[in-house]
Ligand binder design. Structure first.
Ligand SMILES: C[S@@+](CC[C@H](N)C(=O)[O-])C[C@H]1O[C@@H](n2cnc3c(N)ncnc32)[C@H](O)[C@@H]1O
Length: 249
């Protein structure tokens, strides 16, 4: 996948997108990330990129010209152009899955009070928020989306890493994870995980995933148990969970 990032602060991306899984995916050529300094495209002799808002009010607004020229220069037309914005649709795993199917993504990072609306109207295909709070710039939100999307691209995660069981992928939060040692400071790993009985382990994990989802995300739990794709075993497990008085949440 090719990713272009338009930003006023290119240095912010160096380490987060250069290390670990994303760094390896770039080395392998699965991800091709191109960070563009919007200021380089300013036609102002002082390389100015922002100005006061029409109509008054606090802060500065990023001017249309540098962003427009940068988008023209990278031939952005006909691709997904994402403006990270608190006014956008809230990002989630479903959106990550959809974006992971694209061949090319272009991100615009806003700063100050954001970007001139004409750029959004003319160019932007998706406005995405990473949550109901306001950050100083679109750089961190862009990194969040790139990270979530990249790990869904085939070949980015190693064979030993998988997102299939992870939180949100199948509508539930993930079951608890344990590793060696089997006992630490008198705290034991649940016996079932040491039993070698894969069917029982799978059932236990499903039950734990249902429990944690019911406790922390009742909205997701309701949606899941009312879904159409539940198999017989899952229905039995949910019934057991809802009836078993010993299972408190
Ligand atoms: C200070 S914010 C501007 C907020 C804007 N004036 C508003 O009230 O909607 C500056 C930039 O940070 C980015 N940003 C801030 N919060 C964000 C969020 N929750 N999700 C995505 N981007 C965000 C956007 O790119 C935005 O243009």
């Amino acid at each position: 996948m090719k990713i272009d990032i338009l930003t006023l602060f290119p240095n912010m991306f160096k380490i987060p997108l250069g290390e670990s899984i994303i760094g390896r995916a770039r080395e392998k050529g699965i991800l091709n990330i191109n960070v563009i300094n919007i200021r380089d495209y300013s036609e102002n002799k002082h390389k100015k990129v922002d100005d006061y808002p029409y109509g008054g009010g606090a802060g500065m607004v990023m001017q249309p010209q540098p962003i427009d020229t940068a988008l023209e220069a990278i031939d952005a037309k006909n691709h997904k152009i994402i403006y990270m914005s608190p006014k956008g649709k809230t990002f989630n795993q479903e959106m990550a899955k959809e974006l992971a199917k694209e061949e090319r993504l272009i991100f615009i990072c806003g700063h100050y009070e954001g970007i001139d609306q004409r750029v959004i109207d003319h160019w932007v295909t998706d406005e995405i928020s990473i949550g109901d709070y306001v950050l100083t710039g679109g750089e961190l939100p862009t990194m969040v989306v790139i990270d979530a999307v990249s790990r869904l691209i085939p070949g980015v995660l190693g064979q030993e890493e998988s997102f299939m069981d992870e939180s949100f992928y199948n509508g539930l939060l993930e079951y608890p994870q344990y590793t060696r040692p089997s006992e630490y400071k008198n705290m034991k790993v649940p016996d079932i995980l040491l039993s070698g009985n894969h069917k029982k382990i799978e059932e236990w994990r499903k039950l734990q995933a249902l429990k944690i989802t019911k406790k922390n995300r009742p909205d997701m739990f309701e949606k899941y148990i009312n879904g159409k794709n539940l198999n017989k075993e899952e229905k039995k497990l949910i019934q057991k969970l809802l009836e078993d008085k010993r299972l408190t949440f």
